[in-house]
Design a protein around this ligand. Structure first.
Ligand code: SF4
Length: 475
């Protein structure tokens, strides 16, 4: 993404069962999932008897050096890459969480957000439980440990029935992998397989937030873990149980709009198909007489391809992204206007000069970055700039694992489309309709979606609103 004026992804999880280099496959899987979170990463491995953990702040390739991985060899592994959504981003809250309990070693990696974690935590603390982190995930670990059920799968099912909200989980004991999704299926979790290597007794079973992780480790996508399902993979084979079946499915539609990689299959549907169709639908709903379709890289690229294909207007990369931008940069003493955006994006004047441009992006959060980009394109000589957004106005925060600003910071929650257009300085501005969004993402085909950030209608009771609102828009 060219800017931090964007929604932030939640987390990515991966699990490997029965591979002689499980730690390396987990590492590669996390590497492919880093678009979902880059603040910290961790892996827990097991050789069947003992579990080892390594977690650190930073990027996967920096954390897991050859030396680190050589000390945590195992045949089972789970991994997690994190962008903080609940609890602060300190190492303390990095995952997976590994604990020794009365049911043996349990490791847990979580993508999503629980909406009743504070309530449960308060109750458990009053009963004497001691928490090590301020992450909502630890609640699940305590509930598993405290469950009266005799077997670990039953204790997990018992714990999962007590929590509310969004969770795609991979968990591990010394000799088993467990994968579960919340009953509404907010976040994705896919299951795949690597055929047994020569001399290996069984296939390797893998799980990952997105199927792009499978491609890198040579696994084939088999199916999604279903909402309300707990899959157990162990020495005896793979088994599945539904710990809950009561809730209607509400998978996060924003996974298709922005979060997931276009080369992934998410909720049983290719993200590329949805994203291109978002652009086509946008062109049908909000056509404009123009000379060029220009994406905001990388977020707007696939939708812009769709818009160009549907409208017949040529597609051009007239904004070039610098891929080598770190988190902080030293600015010259005499400050440069729009310095942050200019560091990341530069216009191609020869393409823009004298042309009417349709600029395509996937969202507007506060509007500050869109305003700078429009100004940049005009300054490069464009005659007109028409902004098209491949989803409806975002009017409400997410409570299910996506870092959104509070309502007062979301521009569309406070201003009309015309007011936003004026602020941004575009000649015209149009968003995709909610119906168009759902149609483009195949609502009702392989899944039904949550679209609460566009409607304010949430599929769960929201219990811990204050606790789970990250709400800080980074400058
Ligand atoms: S509120 Fe929006 S971002 Fe959050 S789960 Fe629902 S659709 Fe996804």
């Amino acid at each position: 993404m060219p800017s931090s004026d964007k929604f932030h992804d939640e987390c990515g999880v991966v699990a490997i069962f029965a591979h002689p280099e499980a730690e390396k496959l987990a590492y590669l899987g996390l590497h492919a999932l880093q678009h979902r979170g880059q603040e910290s990463a961790g892996i827990v491995t097991s050789d069947g008897l003992t579990s080892r953990v390594h977690r650190a702040m930073g990027l996967v390739a920096d954390i897991f050096t050859e030396d680190v991985l050589s000390k945590m060899r195992g045949s089972l592994a789970i991994g997690h890459t994190r962008y903080s959504t609940a609890g602060d981003s300190a190492l303390l809250n990095a995952q997976p969480i590994l604990v020794q309990s009365n049911k043996g070693a349990i490791a847990v990696a979580h993508n999503g957000n629980l909406v009743n974690a504070t309530e449960i935590r308060g109750r458990l603390e009053r009963q004497g439980s001691i928490f090590q982190t301020n992450s909502d995930t630890e609640v699940i670990v305590h509930l598993i440990a405290l469950s009266k059920e005799q077997t670990l799968p039953e204790a997990m099912a018992d714990a999962l029935r007590r929590v509310e909200g969004a969770f795609s989980l991979v968990m591990m004991s010394n000799d088993r992998i467990f994968a579960a999704r919340d009953p509404r299926g907010f976040r994705p979790l896919a299951m795949g397989r690597i055929p047994a290597l020569e001399g290996q007794r069984r296939d390797t079973v893998v799980f990952a937030s997105e199927t792009c992780a499978f491609d890198l480790i040579g696994a084939t996508y088999e199916r999604d873990v279903k909402p309300g399902e707990l899959v157990v993979v162990g020495p005896e084979g793979t088994s599945s149980r539904f710990y809950s079946t009561s809730a209607p499915q509400s998978s996060c539609i924003f996974e298709h709009v922005y979060f997931s990689r276009p080369d992934s299959v998410v909720f049983g549907r290719a993200v590329q198909t949805s994203r291109e169709e978002l652009g086509r639908q946008l062109a049908r709903e909000a056509p404009v007489d123009a000379d060029l379709i220009v994406p905001v890289p990388d977020s707007g690229v696939t939708a812009a391809v769709g818009y160009a294909a549907e409208s017949g207007i040529p597609f051009r990369f007239a904004l070039i992204r610098n891929h080598y931008v770190g988190r902080t940069f030293i600015e010259p003493r005499q400050s440069v206007r729009d310095f942050g955006v200019k560091l990341k994006l530069n216009p191609v004047r020869s393409l823009l000069q004298g042309n009417r441009v349709v600029l395509v992006d996937d969202s507007i959060v506060r509007g500050t970055t869109s305003r700078k980009i429009v100004r940049m394109i005009r300054n490069a000589g464009a005659k007109e700039v028409h902004l098209r957004i491949s989803c409806p106005p975002t009017i409400s925060p997410c409570y299910y694992g996506v870092d959104t600003p509070s309502k007062k910071q979301l521009i569309a929650a406070n201003q009309s489309v015309e007011e936003i257009r004026e602020y941004i300085g575009a000649d015209s501005l149009a968003y995709l309709s909610l119906e168009g969004l759902k149609k483009a993402c195949g609502e009702g085909e392989t899944t039904s979606y949550c679209s609460a950030c566009y409607t304010g209608k949430y599929p769960t009771n929201i219990v811990d609103v204050d606790e789970i609102l990250p709400a800080t828009v980074r400058p």
